[in-house]
Design a protein around this ligand. Structure first.
Ligand SMILES: Nc1ncnc2c1ncn2[C@@H]1O[C@H](COP(=O)(O)OP(=O)(O)O)[C@@H](O)[C@H]1O
Ligand SMILES: [Mg+2]
Length: 352
């Protein structure tokens, strides 16, 4: 019913091409997250699916129908925005009922749908209130309710949680996951927050400068990033990306250390990708690098250590919470190659 298909979709603002040819299929009932840095085209792409921006080239299909030229209201989609966009002079009830009344639904059906949606979102007691008498989280729930009452085939969320404080964001995130489960609807969720992407998505679409860098499950984009961009973007703190040369069966790191590589190697320049939790403090003879600690972040159950090596390279280590290391200490860093990634001179993951 609610599958979304994009074929060769492109968009220009003036002479600037902001969406550079995107092919993507979102399956019926799937929750897909678009993630990428600010300005990469996430909102524009979502708005093209909604019908709020024209498609310059290519086609958008929803539920098997070409909607490229169709008005937003005819597409069977409902969009939730970051800034809620509620009618300030109307109660929550009227905000929810507005679109249904305009569509000419009988009063009893409007009331039934509003009550059902309010119960689902646990906002029944808010129905008489106007937006200004609600907290940010309550407003956002009403905004989501306004999408749900319309029973769309596809929900489109554009950074709906970005205006909420951290605790509320986590709570709303689990509520959206529950809604997706309960409604079994297709959802496309835009965020620049990769934790949000990892925790919500069936599949993640990593966007960069108007192009798709990778489409995959959260595990795939984390463990098998397609290229250096995805490797650096997904995961916090970010993956260590170390320039190296492959010679024989080993890598020579930029500062001269040699690391035996357990798999076949193409020869020449490569980049070794090591997640911060694969690095540890070791005796000097077992180290791949030594340097001075430039920053220690104590996060409770874990500590993030930044180690500056000679030159401009810096390593990030994720260690346990009880690290005694101090700023300025010289430390020796060892690595566990389990899950390590290797990227070729063109930036692509050599395991792909
Ligand atoms: N209405 C517009 N007119 C001109 N340029 C725009 C317009 N909307 C967005 N852009 C540009 O298109 C690019 C993508 O923007 P956007 O889709 O909002 O990115 P994101 O949502 O990923 O932050 C940016 O360079 C932005 O400045
Ligand atoms: Mg945006």
């Amino acid at each position: 019913m609610g599958a979304v298909q994009l074929t060769g979709v492109r968009k220009f603002f003036g002479a600037q091409e902001v969406i550079k040819g995107i092919d993507l299929t979102v399956a019926d009932g799937e929750l897909v997250v678009f993630v990428g840095p600010s300005g990469c085209g996430k909102s524009t792409l979502l708005r093209m699916i909604a019908g709020l921006e024209d498609v310059d080239f290519g086609a958008v299909e929803i539920a098997g129908v070409d909607v490229t030229e169709l008005a937003p209201a005819k597409r069977g989609v409902a969009m939730v925005f970051q800034n809620y966009a509620l009618y300030p002079h109307m109660s929550a009830y009227d905000n929810l009922a507005y679109g249904l009344r305009r569509a000419g639904l009988p009063r009893a059906e409007v009331d039934a749908r509003v009550q059902e949606t309010a119960a689902l979102l646990q906002i029944t007691e808010l129905l008489p209130r106007r937006p200004k008498a609600m907290s940010g989280g309550q407003r956002q729930r009403v905004a989501i309710g306004r999408a749900i009452v319309r029973k769309p085939d596809v929900f489109l969320f554009d950074e709906p949680l970005s205006n909420l404080d951290a605790a509320l964001r986590v709570e709303m995130r689990s509520q959206i996951a529950r809604l997706h489960h309960d409604l079994a609807a297709t959802m496309i969720f835009v965020t620049h927050d990769q934790v949000e992407a990892m925790t919500l998505a069936d599949r993640i679409v990593v966007l960069n400068a108007g192009r798709v860098e990778q489409v995959g499950t959260p595990r795939e984009v984390y463990h098998r990033p397609a290229n250096l961009f995805v490797a650096g973007f997904i995961g916090s703190p970010a993956m260590n990306l170390l320039p190296a040369t492959a010679e024989g069966g080993a890598l020579t790191l930029a500062w001269g250390s040699r690391v035996p590589w357990p798999r076949p190697l193409p020869q020449g320049p490569v980049t070794l990708g090591l997640r911060p939790d694969r690095l540890s403090l070791v005796p000097p003879e077992a180290a791949i690098a030594s340097g001075a600690v430039s920053l220690v972040e104590h996060l409770g159950d874990e500590s993030i250590l930044h180690v500056r090596l000679d030159g401009r390279v810096s390593l990030t280590l994720k260690l346990g919470g009880d690290v005694a290391t101090r700023l300025g200490d010289t430390v020796h860093v060892g690595c566990d190659l389990t899950g390590a990634c290797l990227f070729g001179a063109d930036g692509r993951n050599l395991a792909e």
